[in-house]
Ligand binder design. Sequence first.
Ligand code: 6PG
Length: 250
Amino acid sequence: MDSVVGREVLKFPDLETMSLAAAEEAAGLINLAIKEKGRCTLTLAGGSIPRRLYQLLADEYSSIPWSKVYLFWGDERYLPPDHKDSNFNMAYKTLISRVQIPEDNIYRIPTETETPEETALRYEEMLRGFFNLSLTEDKAFPVMDLILLGLGGDGHTASLFPKSPAIMEAKRWVVSTFAPPSYISPYRITLTLPVINNAAAIFFLVSGTGKDKVLKSILEDPKGAGRRFPAGMVKPRGRLVWFIDETALR
Ligand code: 6PG
């Protein structure tokens, strides 16, 4: 068991075995949420690592009643939804286009607006409408059944980058922010930490090179990592599971 109470750390020899295990766990959680509440609110991660997980959920878990699954995104690049680098486009190709999910169940981050800030404001309105929490209830945050997250080599997660003011946001559910030059698309929209940490369950999916230092810090020095890295600040009231491809630790 991991040294941090309530945190599960699961290591796998490679991306495929990690994705298989994460798909099994996610499918079980999705079906349980539907059994208990009649629906599952699933927030997808962007980047490249979740691709295989999404393909497995689409192709290997026909037991999932997708008409009862509601999809959201943890973050998005400020790009058209059909852009090759759009997180929505990645999920569309690997999951959405392969399952029978009603269009009304898909809460895509609307990047067609004039500015990233307008996208953030619009997305928060969409979320508040779905969770039926008006703007006046500014203390309440939605409870997502499962949020999937990735980890960047600088310790970012979603589009919460180190030293970004977005990390300190304590009221808004969604903000616009910037990615450092080394990352795709400088303009981003992201869920904030209060929303992420209000989730019933969070799965981190970590694979790939250049993440070993941050990952070891988060695993071995969670307090220190919690001060330095946005991914280390993810401490949900619910379940936290790290799915790690051991190549990421090398
Ligand atoms: C994004 C993602 C981002 C991603 C990490 C890890 O929009 O880029 O949301 O947070 O999860 O950068 O990316 P990989 O999964 O490709 O390693």
